[in-house]
Design a protein around this ligand. Structure first.
Ligand SMILES: CSCCC(=O)C(=O)COP(=O)(O)O
Ligand SMILES: [Mg+2]
Length: 231
């Protein structure tokens, strides 16, 4: 991390918490909560905004809706309307304590030191902004709620796809002028790192237990870190 770095932009899955938390805990939780939610809330105004964001053919019936959610989840499609629904379905799990985000051990301490150093922490994930806030409000860290230490949240709705340079340019444009050129993006996804670099950000690949194997080319072209403590 350059001495001039003023903003750290963080991916979530595979960067601050294990991919298995998302794939093996969060996704199954949402699928399990879905039938009850559809039975009791299908026509409720609170649920209508999630239902109506789905393509009409998949929102024609509870059955079609459930089948589409299952298919998208199985294929890990990052459709904004699915991500938004997932955030809604996870709410109760976080509130009851059934869901708690297992951050890698270096994450919360580094948040604290970045705060002391005056470095701004911002999140950019395919998960919806409400889902991001739930996750960071309910972690295994100390303190468990890291939301007060996060200055901004970006997703594919308010920034755009994570593999496109334009999304990072849009995010940088939201920072005060003196911070925009001093941003470090950290992600497990090499394509995201390449897009951030194209947009003029500094960016490193984060290699965590359970992540996909990195190619030799990726290791050659990008700095790879295993822990935020290396920064
Ligand atoms: C915001 S928590 C759930 C994470 C999620 O749904 C997801 O798709 C993670 O993608 P990321 O961009 O953080 O790798
Ligand atoms: Mg990721």
């Amino acid at each position: 991390m350059a001495a001039t770095t003023k903003v750290v932009l963080l991916d979530i899955e595979g960067t601050v918490c294990p991919i298995s938390f998302v794939k093996d805990i969060l996704f199954p939780y949402a699928l399990q909560a879905l039938p009850g939610t559809l039975n009791t809330q299908w026509d409720s105004p609170a649920f209508a905004r999630y239902r109506d964001a789905f393509p009409a053919e998949h929102a024609a019936s509870r059955e079609a809706f459930a089948a589409h959610v299952e298919d998208l989840t199985r294929r890990d499609v990052k459709a904004p309307y699915l991500k938004s629904l997932q955030g809604y379905l996870w709410e109760k799990g976080y509130q009851t304590g059934q869901l708690k985000a297992p951050l890698f051990p270096d994450v919360a301490p580094r948040f604290a030191s970045w705060k002391r150093e005056g470095v701004t922490v911002v999140i950019y994930s395919s998960g919806s902004v409400p889902a991001q806030k739930l996750l960071f409000a309910h972690t295994n860290g100390d303190p468990a709620d890291l939301v007060p230490d996060i200055a901004g949240f970006f997703d594919t709705v308010n920034a755009g796809p994570k593999t496109e340079a334009a999304s990072y340019e849009k995010i940088a444009a939201r920072f005060p002028e003196d911070l925009a050129g001093e941003c470090l993006f950290l992600s497990d996804n090499v394509k995201e790192v390449e897009a951030a670099k194209l947009a003029g950000m500094q960016s490193f690949v984060v290699e965590r237990p359970g992540n996909a194997e990195l190619s030799a080319e990726a290791r050659q072209q990008h700095r790879v870190i295993q822990s935020f403590a290396e920064l």
